[in-house]
Design a protein around this ligand. Structure first.
Ligand code: SF4
Length: 317
């Protein structure tokens, strides 16, 4: 039988036509990265505001001018994959590509062109397990995707048990946007799985704007037990590139028991040019934020190490 969240996952707007019908608009146009918006997220969008910060994240750019700094795969993840489905950039931790599926398609996504067909950690588990067992320095496994919470609770539980069986792995980090765009994904079973594992669990939510945090999300995220909650955002022009938006987001995160962790510079993927915030503006905003909020409410401003500059502290993953 399907769980409630799987049923709700089908309540998703897919493609320009269904989105234009829902939003009574003609703004959506089909392009290479298919439009996908769960109704739980769509219902938070102000249909009368073409500049709604949630809408901006899911609507394809009409005429994104191509830019030489942008490319199909800005982080070149594939070049750091010694085993299919596993990315190993830092000695103590590996990242697993557990699912190609996401509850939502974010138009700024740096993995929108990633070749998932050859990177499926679930089908390649034996090789991955062997790799981790032979690298004793690895004490943390990061579940990524797509979105790892696109997996069923049963598959997730099995994967976590397999990871637990590797003695030198102590930490489990899960990166997920599903939890906020489809709060129904926080099932009692998921809460139980993460509460009872012997691994130390860190759940990194991906939230960019306070309006994403519905009442259902705030209620459900509070159900986790023995899970450290952190958030990472992407700094996006037209979405959260102003002081008030960042201040309110980080206050609301803390109120929900989530510590602001990273504020990422945009990874320069083709089609996302309109989301770019300049380095100068980002640094200025971050400095202003530090003056407004206590230190523990200010996320680190980061850029991925594989991106072209290392102006700031590099992100972990
Ligand atoms: S949820 Fe994450 S991986 Fe999926 S489209 Fe959005 S940014 Fe990309």
């Amino acid at each position: 039988m399907q769980s409630n969240w799987q049923h709700k996952a089908r309540n998703t707007l897919k493609g320009a036509s269904s989105c234009n019908d829902f939003f009574q608009s003609n703004q959506f146009k089909d392009q290479h990265f298919p439009i996908k918006i769960p109704l739980e997220f769509a219902n938070l969008i102000d249909k009368n505001n073409p500049n709604d910060p949630l809408l901006k994240q899911v609507i394809p750019s009409e005429d994104a001018p191509s830019h030489p700094d942008f490319s199909a795969s800005p982080l070149a993840d594939e070049s750091n994959a010694p085993v299919e489905g596993l990315i190993h950039k830092y000695s103590n931790r590996v990242l697993l590509i557990t699912s190609r599926v996401c509850a939502i398609h974010c138009q700024y996504c740096f993995r929108q062109n990633f070749d998932y067909s050859t990177h499926d950690a679930m089908s390649n588990w034996l090789a991955i397990e062997n790799y981790i067992r032979t690298h004793q320095s690895i004490n943390e496994v990061i579940l990524s995707g797509g979105d790892p919470l696109s997996l069923s609770d049963e598959k997730l539980e099995k994967l976590i048990k397999n990871i637990e069986n590797i003695q030198h792995v102590k930490l489990l980090r899960i990166h997920s946007r599903s939890v906020v765009v489809t709060p129904s994904r926080i099932t009692d079973k998921l809460v139980e799985i993460l509460a009872k594992t012997s691994l130390k669990v860190v759940l990194v939510t991906h939230i960019n704007h306070e309006n994403e945090m519905s009442e259902a999300f705030v209620k459900n995220i509070g159900n986790f037990v023995n899970v450290t909650l952190l958030n990472q955002s992407v700094l996006l022009a037209g979405v959260n590139d102003d002081l008030n938006a960042l201040e309110q987001l980080n206050l609301k995160l803390f109120d929900a028991g989530i510590l602001p962790y990273y504020l990422h510079m945009l990874d320069k993927v083709d089609g996302a040019e309109h989301f770019l915030v300049s380095d100068d503006c980002a640094i200025e905003l971050h400095q202003q934020l530090q003056k407004k909020l206590s230190g523990y409410l200010v996320p680190k401003l980061v850029r991925d190490e594989n991106a072209e500059s290392k102006t700031w502290v590099s992100s972990e993953d």
